[in-house]
Design a protein around this ligand. Sequence first.
Ligand code: DX5
Ligand code: ZN
Length: 233
Amino acid sequence: MPDMSPHFRIAPSILSADFARLGEEVRAVIHAGADVIHFDVMDNHYVPNLTIGPMVCAALKPHAKRADGTPIPIDVHLMVKPVDRIVPDFAQAGANIISFHPEASDHVDRTLGLIREQGCKAGLVFNPVTPLSYLDYVMDKVDLILIMSVNPGFGGQKFIPEALTKLREAKRRIQDSGRDIWLEVDGGVRTDNIAAIAEAGADTLVAGSAIFGPGDYAATISAMRAELAKVKR
Ligand code: DX5
Ligand code: ZN
């Protein structure tokens, strides 16, 4: 009997971790069951906040693995403008996935190509009002679609429900393409809404404050998994 249960990935955003102890925090959240490490890069230009760059990514890379040595992907979410200059630096620093906002690149197709040339998976990110039509001619160049369910720039904001409509539409586009494209959601994901979000089509769920806020990472991640187990697709 094949396993018919959908596979979900939980991606803690280290934006809400203790920045004075980031390596330890990455190890702790992986030990607690994280599938992916979400790494938010903000430049105080494209978004009104400033965070971490390639040097921090390189420093965390050795920590991004399970106790048995299995590597855990680092998912770099670029909220920077311009995009291209910094892509090779993140690839060198050990990023596995690099996603960017189409409004931040003058040549979206070229940037997607550049990310793959650098050996990473390429993602496009959609702000709450950014139309999915940016995908029209690039489905073959995209490995991940990230739907923002808050306006980018800060952790701890409230989930914008209209993102569910957009997730359904993105899921439909992925199915029509017949490609293996991850559908990620970012912003305001919590234990009490994660099932509805997954039901709308998301397979990769970013959560920052909901995981790092309460403190017991394993308890939160298992509560999220228990909710995800109820999802019918
Ligand atoms: C917001 C970032 C998110 C943020 C999510 O611009 O892209 O990844 O960390 O934080 P929560 O889960 O607290 O909404
Ligand atoms: Zn993010």
